[in-house]
Design a protein around this ligand. Structure first.
Ligand code: GRF
Length: 224
């Protein structure tokens, strides 16, 4: 992560990885990109300029790429089929992110699992957004799984990425109540509304140097 003493000298640079629609990318652009945070009445004294420096997708037709281009943000596509294996794919992606001087990598609806080789390049600087209250309902279909289980409360988690699937230290969580007449789609809509606030908030806190690990228990994230 970028050192806090760099604050103010240059923007805090994000690399955002997406696979599809990119509505969360859009909320990052609207709320944080290039001074949007400063314009926000909620931005505190510690606020540091944030820039989405690069958007990467594994999927050439991801609508999120268009959202980036509409905002003048550089994009790159890394289809898995173009590489011998996942490690080669991820190392090429890491090279591109490094070229753009990225401080934090944000997985915002990126549907591939990143390899340990990738994580080593960005220590404690890769975060993910997941539409459940982890550790409940990890994996690829959490909203469906939550509904099938009959849970009454679910939510949104933003967490650091480690070598497991949806297992990294949790930064922020917010609960969403499940209504008796909810469908997967109506629940997804309310979860999205929370995601669109929670992910930018976590990014802002990290950019301000306010997120650290408890030395006694590195799973425990401290927000100051
Ligand atoms: C989000 O619900 C996120 O939690 C999940 O994938 C979805 C992506 O949505 N990992 P979008 O592409 O940002 O609209």
């Amino acid at each position: 992560m970028g050192a806090p003493d760099e604050a103010g000298s240059r923007p805090f640079r994000l690399g955002v990885l997406i696979s599809g629609s990119g509505s969360n990318l859009q909320s990052i652009i609207d709320r944080l990109h290039k001074g949007a945070a400063a314009a926000d009445a909620g931005a505190g004294d510690d606020a540091r300029a944030i820039e989405v420096s690069l958007v990467i997708s594994d999927n050439v037709s991801a609508y999120g790429l268009k959202r980036a281009q509409n905002n003048g943000i550089p994009t790159a596509v890394f289809p898995m089929d173009d590489y011998a294996d996942r490690v080669q794919h991820d190392l090429a992606m890491a090279d591109e992110l490094e070229k753009h001087g990225v401080d934090l990598v944000v997985l915002a609806g990126y549907m591939l699992i990143v390899t340990p080789a990738f994580l080593e390049r960005f220590p404690q600087a890769v975060i993910n957004l997941h539409p459940s209250l982890l550790p409940a309902f990890p994996g690829g279909t959490p909203i469906e799984d939550t509904m099938d289980y009959g849970a009454r409360v679910t939510g949104v988690t933003v967490h650091f990425v480690d070598a497991g699937t949806d297992t990294g230290p949790i930064i922020l969580q917010e609960a969403v109540e499940i209504k008796y007449n909810d469908t997967v789609e109506s629940l997804r809509e309310r979860i999205h509304a929370v995601e669109h606030r929670l992910l930018p908030r976590a990014i802002e806190l990290i950019s301000e140097g306010r997120v650290s690990f408890d030395e006694a228990n590195p799973r425990f994230v401290i927000i100051s």
